[in-house]
Design a protein around this ligand. Structure first.
Ligand code: GDP
Ligand code: MG
Length: 385
C-alpha cells in the first residue's frame, strides 16, 4: 500500500474503532475522522458512513505532521471519538478517478439506450415505458405515467402484454384536461386569439369563423387588432368576404368594448378577435395587447402555439404570455411537426386545456376540437408515420 496511513470506513464510529483495534491493537493513532457517503450512482442512493484515518505508529504520525493542522489521538485513549476536523491528504486519487470514469461510462450507456438500466421491475411496466419512450415523451413524463399505471394495478396483477397500447393511450388521454365549452350566458361568446407571429392565428380564426357560420349557422363577427403589419387586415378581410362576415378594425383598447357592444347589438352570437403577432420579448407591444385583453374581461383567451416550435421555446412563450391569463391553448401546424410527444411535458406544465388542433393551411377544413383522444392520436400516430 502506498498510503502513509490507513482509512477505515464503518456505519458508526464505534464500529470503526472496533475494526481499528482488531487490526492494530492499541498501538494505532487516529489522525482524524469525517462523515462521508458511500455507494450509490453519481450520488444517488448513497449511504452516510464514518471514515477514520489511522497511522499505525508514532513515527509515521511525525512524518504526516507536515503543515496540516492535525491532532492525533491514540486509539487506546478513548472509547468514543467525536468527529475530528481533518483534511486528509489526497488519497486514492486514482481510485476516485476510476470510479468517476466508471460512473460516466454508465451514464453514457444509459443515454444511448434509455430504459436499459431502468429500475422498472415488472415486464408489463417495462413494455409500457418503452412504448411511451418511443413516442419521444420526456423521461419524467414516462416515469409519472408508469407510476400511475403501477398504482392502479388490479388485485390480479397487470393485464396481458396485448393491452399495453390501450393502457398507455388511456393514461395519456387522462393527463390532458378536458376542454368544456366556456359558457357566456346570454352574451355572445368572445374568442380572442393571442400568440407569437406566424403561428396561424388569422388562419385559425378564418377556419373557426367559417365553421361557426356555415356549419352551425351562427351569426359571427370578426374584430382585428392587427393594424401593425401591412396586409394583415386584408388577409382577414379576404377570408371574411368569402363567408360574408363583417370585419371591424380596432386600433386602441378603449375602442374594443364599445365595438363588441355594437356587434352584440347587431345580433352577433360569436365574436372572434384576431391580434397582431407579438414577440414575447417586445414588452411595449405585450403591454398594449394586455390593454386590449383587460378591456374584455368576459373574453375567452386562447394562446396559439405552433407545434413546430422547440419545447423550450414554447415554455418561454407560455411564460411570457402568462400575464395575459389565457384560458386555452390552440396547437397549430401538426401537419408540419414530427411528433407531438416531445411537447407533452411542456403542455402539462402550461396546465391549460387544449381547445383546437390545426393540421394544414386549408380553410376551413384543417381544424379539430382537441378532445383528449384526438391529442393522443397525434402523439401516437405521428411516430408511426
Ligand atoms: N402547415 C400549416 N400551416 C399553417 C397552419 N395554420 C396556419 N398556417 C400557415 O402559417 C402561416 C402564418 O399564418 P397566419 O394565420 O398568418 O399566422 P399569424 O401571424 O399568427 O396570424 C400561413 O402561411 C398559414 O397558411 C397549419 O395548421 N398548418
Ligand atoms: Mg395574423
Amino acid at each position: 500500500m502506498n498510503e502513509k496511513f490507513e482509512r477505515f470506513q464503518a456505519s458508526t464510529m464505534a464500529e470503526a474503532l472496533e475494526k481499528i483495534r482488531e487490526k492494530f491493537g492499541h498501538g494505532a493513532v487516529i489522525m482524524g475522522s469525517r462523515k462521508c457517503r458511500e455507494g450509490g450512482f453519481l450520488g444517488f442512493g448513497s449511504k452516510e458512513m464514518v471514515e477514520v484515518f489511522v497511522a499505525d505508529t508514532d513515527s509515521q504520525v511525525q512524518n504526516l505532521k507536515c503543515g496540516g493542522a492535525i491532532s492525533p489521538v491514540p486509539v487506546s485513549a478513548r472509547e468514543e471519538v467525536d468527529e475530528i476536523p481533518f483534511t486528509p491528504p489526497p488519497i486514492r486519487e486514482k481510485e476516485q478517478l476510476e470510479k468517476l470514469r466508471e460512473d460516466l461510462g454508465k451514464l453514457t450507456e444509459l443515454l444511448r439506450r434509455p430504459g436499459k438500466e431502468s429500475p422498472i421491475a415488472h415486464p408489463f411496466l417495462r413494455e409500457c415505458s418503452e412504448q411511451l419512450l418511443s413516442y419521444e415523451l420526456e423521461p419524467r413524463i414516462v416515469d409519472m405515467i408508469i407510476s400511475q399505471i403501477e398504482e392502479q394495478k388490479l388485485p390480479g396483477g397487470f393485464p396481458a402484454k396485448t393491452s399495453v397500447e390501450l393502457i398507455v393511450r388511456d393514461r395519456l388521454a387522462k393527463i390532458f384536461p378536458p376542454n368544456p365549452l366556456m359558457v357566456s350566458g346570454d352574451r355572445p361568446r368572445i374568442i380572442f386569439l393571442i400568440g407569437p407571429t406566424g403561428v396561424g392565428k388569422t388562419t385559425t380564426i378564418a377556419k373557426l369563423a367559417s365553421r361557426a357560420k356555415v356549419e352551425q349557422c351562427r351569426k359571427v363577427a370578426l374584430i382585428t387588432l392587427d393594424t401593425f403589419r401591412i396586409g394583415a387586415v386584408d388577409q382577414l378581410k379576404q377570408y371574411a368576404d368569402i363567408f360574408k362576415v363583417p370585419v371591424h378594425v380596432i386600433e386602441k383598447p378603449d375602442e374594443l368594448g364599445p365595438e363588441v357592444e355594437k356587434c352584440t347589438g347587431e345580433g352577433a352570437e360569436i365574436i372572434f378577435i384576431d391580434s397582431a403577432g407579438r414577440s414575447p420579448q417586445d414588452e411595449l407591444k405585450m403591454s398594449e395587447l394586455k390593454g386590449f385583453i383587460n378591456a374584455l374581461p368576459e373574453a375567452e383567451i386562447h394562446l396559439v402555439l405552433s407545434t413546430t416550435t422547440h419545447p423550450r421555446t414554447i415554455e418561454s412563450i407560455a411564460e411570457r404570455f402568462s400575464s395575459m391569463s389565457f384560458d386555452r391553448v390552440i396547437l397549430t401546424k401538426l401537419d408540419e411537426s414530427v411528433s407531438l410527444g416531445p411537447l407533452v411535458g411542456c403542455l402539462l406544465d402550461i396546465g391549460k386545456p387544449i381547445s383546437y388542433l390545426t393540421d394544414g393551411q386549408n380553410v376551413p377544413k384543417d381544424i379539430f376540437p382537441a378532445d383528449p383522444e384526438r391529442v393522443v392520436d397525434f402523439i401516437v400516430n405521428k411516430q408511426k408515420a
